[in-house]
Design a protein around this ligand. Structure first.
Ligand code: ADP
Ligand SMILES: N[C@@H](CCOP(=O)(O)O)C(=O)O
Length: 301
């Protein structure tokens, strides 16, 4: 026996064009994690669904590392861990599978040890483990999140999106690790490119908070990460263009890619089919899914 906790955590689409390492949205696609914590020395990890057979089931598992970080932080003597994960978020596609695993581990371990850590402390720990806050924030808080890192602390505001906003995500058959997609980024950008992104990120938040979604067409372009990642995602520009021609308000790389996300009010299937067809012309096999923005973030179920 022991304490059993089950949590559900959403996937995410981070960056949202110009908001590199800052803006993120929680998506209605979920992973579940069940943790049994006991005094009996034991480790068992089971992974079902997405990533089964690929995700390590030993001390390299990042959900386990997150759990152990909480156990160390709160000083519990209970070290027996039985972990079961049921995943639907595709792995290494830019939909926040690693963020979901980290947040799920932290939240479950916190509940299992008597809720000694605040949400802010969990957010800080998640940001430190993941290395940036923009996908762990929506995974934890839900909605649309705006995050900054200040020294050792991360700070986040979240808000509810316009109800009519839909996400159409084209998911290539190939994976791309975030680590690899970060290696192609430059160490510095020009003032012109910085201003390009700052002005669009500001407009994006204005458009989303005021429900003026027609402004997304001007707000979504980016010069800080997408141009450098384009070589890792064959057909990226054509997929963006085909989504817009099919009626999308705009499109962006989801997280570090290779998923591409189109933002729209309507015509989701037409847009998804156009994105898949454009990928196909560049010899990339893909499928699409339609999602809403999740409003709850990580929950105990
Ligand atoms: N449920 C999970 N449990 C443990 N580790 C996971 C889980 N899901 C993803 N990971 C780890 O995260 C890696 C993918 O993270 P990353 O490259 O950041 O892509 P993304 O987060 O966009 O899916 C996987 O290779 C795996 O090591
Ligand atoms: N800002 C990060 C976001 C990575 O998100 P993921 O879901 O792909 O892990 C980046 O662009 O590197």
């Amino acid at each position: 026996m022991g304490t059993l906790v089950k949590v559900r955590v959403p996937g995410t689409t981070a960056n949202c064009g110009p908001g590199f390492d800052s803006i993120g949205m929680a998506c209605t696609i979920y992973n579940e994690l069940e943790l049994t914590l006991s005094g009996r020395e034991r480790l068992s990890i089971e992974v079902c669904g997405e990533g089964a057979g690929m995700i390590p089931c030993d001390e390299h598992n990042i959900a386990l590392q997150a759990i152990q970080a909480v156990l160390t932080r709160v000083g519990t003597k209970e070290r027996g861990i039985v972990l079961r994960m049921e995943n639907t978020i595709p792995l290494a596609r830019g939909l926040g599978s690693s963020a979901a695993a980290i947040v799920a581990g932290l939240v479950a371990a916190n509940v299992a040890t008597g809720n000694q850590l605040s949400r802010e402390e969990i957010f800080n720990m998640a940001t430190q483990i993941e290395g940036h806050p923009d996908n762990v924030a929506p995974a934890l808080y839900g909605g649309i999140t705006l995050s900054v890192v200040e020294g050792k602390n991360a700070h986040c505001l979240n808000f509810t999106p316009p109800a009519e906003l839909k996400l159409v995500v084209a998911i290539p058959a190939f994976g791309l690790s975030t680590q690899v997609a970060r290696q192609v980024l430059p160490d510095a950008v020009s003032l012109e490119d910085a201003v390009f992104n700052i002005s669009r990120a500001a407009l994006l938040i204005g458009a989303l908070t005021q429900g003026k979604l027609d402004f997304l067409q001007y707000a979504l372009p980016d010069r800080i990460h997408q141009p450098y990642r384009e070589k890792l995602i064959p057909g990226m520009a054509a997929v963006f263009q085909s989504a817009i021609q099919a009626g999308a308000l705009g499109a962006a790389i989801s997280g570090a890619g290779p998923c591409l996300v189109a933002f729209t009010r309507q015509n989701c299937d037409t847009i998804g089919e156009a994105m898949v067809a454009a990928f196909e012309k560049h010899e990339v096999v893909s499928r699409y899914i339609v999602m809403d923005i999740d409003l709850r973030g990580a929950v105990v179920i």
